[in-house]
Design a protein around this ligand. Structure first.
Ligand code: CO
Ligand code: CO
Ligand code: CO
Length: 322
């Protein structure tokens, strides 16, 4: 979530996580035992199939609730639709995809709103709950924490290739499968074990979101590039120049904040900066709880789990990739 720094921010005694900290969702205490977790997120299409786009957009929106360690309960559709340009059946397919994904997550869609818009957009405003003491923010990382990532990277590169008609059917299916996968089981495992910080990897890419976490936690981070998982097709497409504008923006933003070993290829570097849609959860967990977390994830058959680095003492927000 991008914070608009020039806007006034709300403060309240029951506001546990507000707009100030740039976290994935807002958290408001209703009682000593229960807090409301709220978020809204919507995206432009990342695949051509409207039904699949609906599923991916919904998974992406739900992810911000999971990133807080919370359980999503209800959601509202939010859509921008170019009425003159597209058949209305496209919108119903998108909404059907979102509805099916919500159902899979055990979330009830209670309403929504669509406006006429030049550019197609869809997502959910999601409401969930959590115990106020169990909220996982992006600022709790501690020196020695291991950094865990729960999905492979490269989805921004592949989405760019899809738009340019450069992606193979098989690649599209693989990427869509990754993007529509819920982060629910990861959130459950995280909740069971107890972790220090979490966020989901989306538009700022792995390094952008890790920077935010390290900065908020007043730490540095080390990333082991050879431990990071990505779709191989993404490396090939990156070599062909299929890099989304957002990934270049991430790289520019992080100049002076990230140090990349010269042994790392330019294409892998762009994967580390790649803007993701519905990416994995990025978790900072105490070293002595890592095995327990990995076991809890294995028990839930979550694939693609990677231990990609650790939190270290150092310049605030600085990331070293080795
Ligand atoms: Co997020
Ligand atoms: Co989001
Ligand atoms: Co969070």
């Amino acid at each position: 979530m991008q914070v608009l720094h020039q806007l006034p921010v709300s403060e309240h005694k029951d506001l546990i996580v507000g707009p100030k900290s740039g976290d994935d969702a807002g958290v408001y205490r209703l009682s000593p035992d229960i807090a409301l977790v709220q978020t809204v997120d919507f995206i432009t299409p990342v695949v051509d199939d409207p039904y699949l786009y609906g599923r991916i957009a919904a998974a992406n929106s739900l992810s911000d609730i999971y990133a807080m360690g919370a359980v999503p309960l209800t959601a509202q559709n939010i859509a921008g639709f170019p009425t003159g340009k597209l058949e209305i059946s496209v919108l119903s397919e998108i909404l059907r995809g979102g509805m099916d994904k919500a159902k899979e997550a055990g979330v009830v869609i209670v309403g929504g709103h669509t406006i006429d818009d030049e550019e197609l957009k869809y997502g959910l405003s999601v409401t969930g709950t959590i115990h106020p003491d169990k909220v996982i923010t992006n600022r709790g990382a501690i020196v020695g924490d291991k950094i865990v990532l729960s999905k492979p990277l490269g989805m921004g590169i592949i989405s760019t290739a899809i738009k340019a008609n450069m992606a193979k059917e098989e690649t599209i299916e693989k990427a869509a499968g990754v993007m529509e996968r819920l982060n629910r089981e990861v959130a459950e495992a995280m909740n069971e074990v107890g972790v220090n910080a979490c966020t989901d990897v989306t538009g700022f890419g792995l390094l952008g979101h890790l920077y935010e976490m390290a900065y908020a936690s007043e730490l540095s981070a080390v990333v082991y590039a050879d431990k990071v998982d990505y779709l191989n097709e993404a490396i090939e497409l990156a070599a062909e120049g299929m890099i989304p504008a957002g990934s270049h923006a991430n790289r520019n933003f992080l100049v002076g904040k990230v140090e990349i070993s010269p042994s790392i290829s330019r294409n892998l570097e762009m994967i580390l900066y790649d803007a993701q849609t519905s990416g994995g959860l990025l978790i900072s967990v105490a070293g002595n709880k890592l095995d327990e977390l990995l076991k809890a994830l294995e028990l839930r058959t979550v694939g693609n789990i990677q231990v990609i680095g650790e939190m270290v003492r150092g310049e605030r927000g600085m990331i070293e990739v080795i």
